[in-house]
Design a protein around this ligand. Sequence first.
Ligand code: AMP
Length: 285
Amino acid sequence: MVEGRRLKPVTNVVSTKKELIEALPLTGSVGLVMTMGALHAGHRQLVDAARKENETVVVSIYVNPLQFAPGEDFDTYPRNLAQDLELLGDVDIVFAPTDEEMYPREPLVRVNPGEVATRFEGKTRPTHFAGVLQVVAKVLNLVRPDRAYFGQKDAQQLALVRTMVADLDMRTNIVAVPIVREESGLALSSRNAYLSTEERNLALALVGSLRAAREAAAAGASPEETEKVLSEALEAAEGVAVDYATIVNPDTFQRVSSNAKQGLGIVAARVGPTRLIDNMEVTFG
Ligand code: AMP
C-alpha cells in the first residue's frame, strides 16, 4: 500500500439485524439514511449530508411491504442492489434486509400515525403512513442514530416522522434535506422511471404550478388566492389528473391561516398510470 493514499472505502453490506448491530461502531456519531433503493441524486444528497455531519453513515435499502396497499406498485417497484451500491459510494454500512428478517411475523404492536396521516397522501393511501412509521421506528431502534436524514420531497412523511420522534421520545435528530430536481425542474423520484418521454414533459406541470403559486404569493396574493393559482394551474395542465393542490402549514399539514407569513404548496397528480407528488415553500409578501 502506498503511504498516505486513500483507498476506496469498503462498505459493509449486511442483511440481518444481528450483523447490523455488530457492524455499528461503539463510539462516534452515526447518521442514518433510509431508502427503498432505486437510488438517484436525491438519495445521494441525503447521504452527502449524513457524511458531512457524522463519523459513521448507515444507509438502509428496503422496499417496505407495509407501506404499500394492495394494487399499488410493491411488486414492480425497481430493485437493483448492485446498482444502488455503485451509486452510494462512500458509506460505511448498508442494511438491506429481506421481508422475513424485517417482519418474522405480522407485527402485533403498530405505530398509529394519528390524524395528519389521514389527509392528503393518507386520503389516497389510507394505510401508507402507518406502514412508513412502523419501519422507520424499527430501523431507528436498531441503528439508534444521532441523526436521520429525510427528504423534503416527502413533506408529509417528514412531518409525521418528526411527530413520532417527538411523541415517543426517540433520541434521534431528524434532519430535513431540500428537494433535488432535474434541470427541467422535475423533482427526482424513483417512480420517474415509470414515465415515458411524453409523460416526463406533462409531469412538469407539478413544479410549474408550484412555481406559479410561489410567484403569486411573493407578489402579494393571500393564502386563499395563492391556493387558487396553484390548483387552477395544475387543473389546466393537459394529461394530468389532479389528486390535490393546496397550501398547508408544513408542520401540522393544516390549511394555512389567512394571515400566515409562510406555507407549503403541496401537489399530487397522476400522469398516465404514475402518481407523482411535489411541494414548495411559499412566502406571502
Ligand atoms: P424513497 O427511497 O423514495 O423512500 O426515499 C428515501 C428518502 O429519500 C426519503 O427521505 C425521501 O424523501 C428522499 N428523497 C427522495 N427523492 C428525493 C429528492 N428528489 N430530493 C430529496 N430527497 C429525496
